[in-house]
Design a protein around this ligand. Structure first.
Ligand SMILES: C[S@@+](CC[C@H](N)C(=O)[O-])C[C@H]1O[C@@H](n2cnc3c(N)ncnc32)[C@H](O)[C@@H]1O
Length: 202
């Protein structure tokens, strides 16, 4: 997470910034970022995750983090517009129609020039190449959960979650007024990391 905070700082995160983490889980990024900014809102739809995040925040005595139980489609941002929205490994929970709605909502909560840092399983290949890239991805699954995602977990992800192609997601970002400044597709082309900037369009 330190690397991510360093990246965010390079993009302008400082002691005046508000950061919203959507699908924040137990608040690891929120905690790492809180020391560098004014306000952090850690949002997650799961009551269990929010409870765990609150516990961690209390343990660390971080007074500038709010933990909110809400989802991409229900979180209502109050206060100054966000300078940063962060989301890792969470947007794929929504089918594409709802991803587009969620991205539009993200654009609305960002200040002009604000940044969306989005990291998720996003496929950067054509449908005709799917067999090759997915096979290689499944092959990369770890033997034990302790070491990372197992092949069975990756298969389950493909079956029941809503990871999509980059060439579908990217027009959704652009349509929401989130200009893609940087996209890193990784060597396996199954995980993409975006930096997007809110333009004047949204
Ligand atoms: C794989 S975890 C990632 C957690 C954290 N971002 C991280 O990188 O460690 C996915 C998180 O997304 C949350 N989530 C699932 N659907 C969501 C939704 N519609 N809105 C917000 N969060 C959601 C889950 O509760 C879970 O905490």
């Amino acid at each position: 997470m330190e690397e991510e905070v360093t990246l965010l700082r390079g993009l302008g995160l400082d002691e005046r910034s508000t950061l919203v983490d959507l699908g924040a889980g137990t608040g690891t990024l929120a905690l790492a970022a809180a020391a560098m900014c004014r306000r952090v809102v850690a949002v997650d739809v799961s009551p269990a995750m929010v409870a765990a995040a609150k516990e961690k925040v209390a343990e660390h005595g971080a007074s500038n983090i709010e933990c909110v139980q809400a989802g991409f489609l229900s979180y209502e941002h109050v206060g100054d517009p966000a300078d940063f929205v962060y989301s890792r490994n969470a947007l794929h929970h929504l089918p594409d129609f709802w991803k587009a709605v969620a991205l539009d909502r993200i654009a609305q909560m960002l200040a002009p020039g604000g940044i969306l840092r989005l990291r998720d399983i996003v496929f950067a290949f054509d449908p005709g190449e799917a067999q090759r890239f997915i096979h290689a991805w499944l092959e990369s699954g770890k033997a034990r959960p302790h070491d990372g995602w197992t092949c069975a977990e990756l298969e389950e992800h493909l079956r029941v979650e809503h990871s999509t192609f980059g060439w579908l997601l990217e027009p959704m970002l652009e349509r929401a007024g989130l200009e893609i400044e940087h996209a890193d597709y990784g060597s396996r082309r199954v995980y993409t990391e975006y930096v997007c900037v809110k333009t004047g369009r949204s």
